[in-house]
Unconditional design. Structure first.
Length: 108
C-alpha cells in the first residue's frame, strides 16, 4: 500500500503597487513600528510621505523588511550594520541581473 503525503503551502503575493501604512507593514512583517522608524531613519527603508503618519511603503518594502527582521534577529546585526548588509545584498542582486543580461546577449 502506498501512502501519499500532501503538503499545503499558503502565501500571498504583494504587488509593488500596493501601499501600506507603517501599522500595516509592522503587522505584515511581525515587527514593531519603532524598529521600522529606526530603519527609515538609517535608510534601510524608503517610504513616501513626510511623517510616520503619512508614510506609505510599497510591496517591495515588505520583502526588504522581512529580510531586515531575519538579519537583525538571526545575526544580531544592529541598524547601521543592517543598512550596510542590505546595500551589499542589493549590489549582489544587481550584479547577478547584469550577468544574466550579458550571458543572454552572448547567446544571440
Amino acid at each position: 500500500m502506498t501512502q501519499t503525503n500532501i503538503t499545503w503551502i499558503e502565501g500571498a503575493i504583494v504587488e509593488n503597487e500596493i501601499h501600506m501604512s507603517i501599522v500595516e507593514l509592522s503587522q505584515a512583517a511581525s515587527t514593531s513600528e519603532e524598529l521600522i522608524m529606526a530603519w527609515v531613519t538609517e535608510g534601510v527603508l524608503s517610504p513616501t510621505g513626510s511623517s510616520p503618519q503619512d508614510w506609505r511603503f510599497g510591496g517591495d518594502s515588505l520583502s526588504r523588511t522581512k529580510t531586515a527582521v531575519r538579519l537583525s534577529r538571526d545575526l544580531e546585526i544592529n541598524t547601521p550594520g543592517l543598512a550596510l548588509a542590505l546595500q551589499l545584498l542589493d549590489q549582489i542582486s544587481d550584479l547577478r541581473a547584469q550577468l544574466v543580461r550579458i550571458a543572454s546577449s552572448k547567446k544571440d
